[in-house]
Design a protein around this ligand. Structure first.
Ligand SMILES: [Zn+2]
Length: 484
């Protein structure tokens, strides 16, 4: 069969499948209503409708797990619970009992005697790039997409093994990877994808070389656009189109570049990117889809324009001023802030242009956290690593370093319960509806069993290989070093 036939065959199959989806409930409803005067459902069996959905949803692969004798950090409270038991059924935390030796009558229950270890929610990174974090820019622009996806899958597994059970992906082609993880084809965290980062021409997400411009409106896409890393748009209509394209592909939120960035050579850090009308076009598209827009912005002017346009989350913002920080708090806007500080290793690999911009941002980090705390801004934590496998492997260290500004409990709350709240902002298109980032009855069962107390020593999260003895996501155990 040639490729054309193959295409039309698969197209025909899709139509049949769609028809079955539509017709099946209609036929069943009709049969139910007019049943008494019809021979019954048998006539429809000739259509071989098959069984699209099981009548009763089966328990997910996780089965039943009972954690005995755990002390719980629930994602919110700064104190550990008394010794308790936690029962997980399917992908849900079913019950938390104050009896450390609680038992469960269900068959095939997997009992984990934690011996007083700490059970905490899986970590959430609110600003991660699953496709871009660990791949050098040179590989990214030259390698085959299949190879890049395999590298991303490897990094996804490593991310989960660092205890990150959820990431909000703030740009990059991760839709296929997310699907493969969700289907169990490969291993990784839950992914809240943004898809392509939407940028104006010469904005922070315009990765074209100088020789690739100008292009005519509607002209061919550049390499980074074809790969799904970025989408370039100039006008409210184009921004609306690009935003809707991401939503169509499954984005759970939209990411726009609203100001200059560190890693991009063709825009000053002080630049304001897009107009308010352009940003607002994306906000409308997102809100009509039940979700929100997150805007990359460092300076007060860029942040204020994003707020005026209706953005619900500001990414970075290290160069903020005091009145703008207060504005974030007053309006209940999320501040997705990263502990960007000087690191000799990372700095050495930057271009001179980026180094200059990075120093400004590093200098702003201290002030940003001070203001976030002073005004009680809803603050999310994220590591935001790009193109650096070494730094990506140290994801947990970027969380541990938060104790420069916060108590361990506050830092861990940010990376669990608070970030979980931010994930829920995706509204009715939330790909993982349910509570994330907390240990409580009814929440999704993303759990870490820690050897030691991270509320005393947050550095435990920086060495996950050693200190996370059980890693559970969606009720399924991906790591268990305790003997059973
Ligand atoms: Zn980023």
């Amino acid at each position: 069969m040639n490729s054309r036939n193959l295409l039309s065959a698969s197209f025909a199959l899709t139509i049949v499948r769609d028809l079955r989806r539509t017709l099946c409930p209609m036929l069943l409803a009709a049969a139910f209503l007019i049943g008494p005067c019809q021979p019954g459902l048998a006539q429809y069996e000739a259509l071989d409708l098959g069984q699209e959905e099981p009548a009763v949803p089966a328990l997910p692969a996780g089965g039943v797990t009972l954690f005995q004798n755990v002390r719980i950090f629930d994602g919110k409270n700064a104190a550990l619970s008394a010794p308790s038991s936690v029962l997980v059924k399917g992908n849900i935390i079913e019950q938390i009992s104050v009896d450390p030796a609680a038992t469960e009558a269900a068959a095939d229950v997997r009992v984990i005697n934690a011996n007083g270890r700490v059970l905490m929610p899986g970590l959430i990174d609110a600003h991660w790039h699953m496709f871009l974090a660990a791949v050098s820019p040179a590989i990214l622009v030259t390698a085959d997409p299949g190879y890049l996806n395999l590298l991303a899958a490897r990094e996804a597994e490593a991310t989960l093994m660092r205890g990150f059970t959820t990431i909000r992906d703030m740009g990059g082609p991760v839709f296929g990877l997310k699907r493969a993880i969700d289907e169990g084809v490969t291993v990784g965290p839950r992914i809240y994808p943004s898809g392509a980062m939407i940028s104006q021409t010469s904005g922070h997400g315009d990765f074209r070389s100088r020789y690739e411009v100008p292009r005519a409106r509607g002209g061919p896409l550049s390499q980074s656009e074809l790969s799904g890393v970025s989408a370039i748009a100039d006008s409210p209509d184009e921004v609306r189109l690009r935003a809707r394209e991401q939503l169509r592909r499954g984005a759970s939120q939209i990411k726009l570049m609203g100001g200059g960035g560190v890693s991009s050579p063709h825009n000053p850090i002080e630049s304001i990117q897009f107009t308010e009308a352009e940003l607002h076009a994306a906000v409308e598209a997102a809100e009509n889809w039940g979700t929100y827009v997150a805007v990359h912005a460092y300076t007060p002017a860029a942040i204020r324009q994003a707020i005026a346009a209706g953005a619900k989350c500001i990414e970075h913002g290290q160069l903020i001023d005091e009145p703008t920080a207060k504005l974030l708090a007053d309006k209940g806007i999320w501040w997705s802030l990263q502990p960007l500080t000087y690191n000799a290793d990372v700095f050495a690999r930057m271009s001179p242009v980026s180094q200059k911009k990075a120093l400004e941002v590093f200098a702003g980090t201290e002030n940003a956290y001070k203001l976030a705390k002073k005004y009680g801004v809803k603050t999310a934590w994220g590591a935001d690593i790009l193109g650096d496998a070494g730094a990506a492997s140290r994801q947990g260290q970027y969380l541990a370093m938060m104790v420069r500004w916060y108590t361990p409990a506050d830092a861990l709350k940010m990376a669990t319960a608070d970030n979980g709240e931010l994930m829920a902002l995706s509204g009715f298109i939330n790909p993982y509806p349910g509570k994330l980032g907390v240990v409580e009855a009814g929440a999704l069962a993303d759990l870490l069993l820690v050897d030691g107390n991270p509320l005393d020593d947050i550095n435990l999260v920086a060495n996950p290989d050693k200190n996370f003895v059980v890693i559970m996501k969606d009720g399924k155990i991906y790591k268990n070093t305790l003997s059973k």
